[in-house]
Write a protein that binds this ligand. Structure first.
Ligand code: BGC
Length: 452
């Protein structure tokens, strides 16, 4: 694994045309939009950890170009962003051409600067009028989402061919109804089945529709894969508990979005219908792993105790283990679906940028290792380009390569931005960079290299 394609022992090279980008989502960066359910949610006391609101966010509705220009200057060649449904369709019978124009400007700017766009159609937020109609709990959302997709692809399809229908369906369901700490904030476990079924149908219909409108489109979705390992692998009950959590959070949705058949307990269908194939690529959002132990005292949590491995380094309090091997393992797992893969998110909350440089190097090396073993990874989008509104954590957790003061809108390009940029510009991980950032990794990453 130490030589690149030209036999250069000083670099871990990536395939030609590999996309090195960053990811953002509309509500987290655009700012000042009162038309969606997240805005309403933020206004209620107690919902946001640091009692903040998204406010102007990173003010992308006015100046996305400022950060995107930095991304391009730093050597990146892609960006994943999402469309704000509530801006484009503020009411059932309204369609805002000015919002279309603004997205056309942003996408046009990206193309001009060599940033290949990937568009996400749904990244956690819903227009207020869709929420009022029941949101994802009501099957009526399926035709509404499909209609929105049709209008969006008609309006923007000439500027984009990589479409991601839904971001992290299981995170949405877990946070929104099982734990109730995000909108809609209710529903419990019982609501998770209908929600997942509606999301899968919306994805399936959007998948076919986008292909009808745009022959060269590539359509997928972004799955947050978390690793769940038994706390004690020798203990049968821990292995069963880890398997159960993995099935509910990872496996069931992976299967459902692949062939449209939602398995129990979310759906009733047991038999898979391989004739239907609903992804041209899979997007992997990877952050961390959890250890899982069977715990007879935790009746309300399915007798499961989940925790960060105490033996590993971890990011900010409460955010979990730093586990780059998990990215490699998740990519190997997704390879079974036999479609191209994109890492649609990987990132770390790190307000001081002290862990991010090493995090980037270790995770890029993990992607390289998977590619060396034949996994078809086509690109990676770091989360995130600029500090943004971190949902229920508000402004307390910063994920950006570019630091942001949300009050003054002042930017600081962090050290990690330069590091990611150097990887992007050379389309690989150079020995010299590893020597600077994480010299202890040299023997593992460049074992065959005498020099370089
Ligand atoms: C989401 C992002 C979020 C990030 C960091 C992902 O689950 O897609 O919207 O900001 O994680 O928590």
């Amino acid at each position: 694994m130490s030589d690149d394609a030209e036999g250069n022992p000083g670099k871990l090279s990536f395939p030609e045309g590999f996309i090195w980008g960053t990811a953002t989502s509309s509500h987290q960066v655009e700012g000042d939009n009162h038309l969606n359910d997240w805005w309403a949610w933020e206004q209620a006391p107690g919902h946001i950890e640091d009692a903040s609101t998204s406010g102007l966010a990173a003010n992308w509705w006015q100046m996305a170009e400022q950060d995107l220009a930095i991304a391009a200057e730093l050597g990146q060649n892609g960006h994943r962003l999402s469309l704000e449904w509530s801006r484009l369709q503020p009411a059932r019978d309204a369609w805002d051409e000015r919002a279309v124009e603004r997205y056309r400007q942003i996408l046009g700017f990206m193309r001009e600067r060599g940033l290949e766009p990937m568009i996400t159609l749904h990244h956690f937020t819903l227009p207020l009028w869709v929420r009022e109609a029941g949101g994802w709990a009501n099957e009526q959302i399926v035709p509404l989402f499909v209609e929105f997709t049709r209008r969006a692809v008609d309006a923007l399809g000439d500027l984009c061919h990589l479409w991601c229908t839904i971001n992290e369906p299981m995170v949405y369901i877990a946070m929104g109804c099982v734990f109730g700490v995000w909108p809609p904030g209710r529903g419990g476990l019982r609501a998770s089945g209908p929600m997942l079924r509606h999301m899968v149908r919306a994805h399936a219909d959007a998948y076919h529709l986008i292909h009808r409108i745009q022959s060269q489109a590539q359509v997928g979705y972004a799955k947050h894969v978390r690793l769940f390992d038994p706390a004690d692998p020798a203990r049968w009950a821990d292995r069963r508990a880890a398997g159960l959590v993995d099935y509910l959070f990872n496996e069931a949705a992976l299967r459902a979005f692949d062939d449209g058949v939602v398995p129990p307990p979310f759906g009733r269908a047991l038999r898979r219908n391989r004739a239907e194939h609903l992804v041209d690529f899979l997007g992997l959002n990877y952050y961390s792993r959890e250890m899982v132990a069977f715990d007879p005292r935790r009746k309300d949590e399915m007798y499961v105790h989940r925790f960060a491995n105490p033996a590993s380094p971890f990011s900010m309090e409460g955010w979990g283990e730093i586990y780059p091997e998990g990215l490699y393992r998740a990519l190997k797992r997704l390879a079974a679906y036999e479609v191209p893969l994109y890492v649609t998110e990987f990132g770390i909350p790190d307000n001081t940028d002290s862990q991010r440089p090493r995090f980037i190097v270790e995770h890029v090396a993990a992607i390289h290792r998977a590619i060396q073993e034949g996994v078809p990874v086509k690109g990676a989008f770091f989360w995130s380009l600029v500090d943004n509104f971190e949902w229920a954590a508000g402004w307390s957790a910063r994920f950006g390569l570019i630091g942001l003061d949300p009050q003054t809108q002042e930017r600081t390009v962090r050290q990690s931005a330069g590091i990611y940029g150097r990887i992007a510009a050379s389309n690989g991980l150079e020995r010299g960079l590893v020597a600077e950032v994480a010299p202890d990794l040299l023997p593992t990453l460049f074992s065959g290299a005498a020099s370089g």
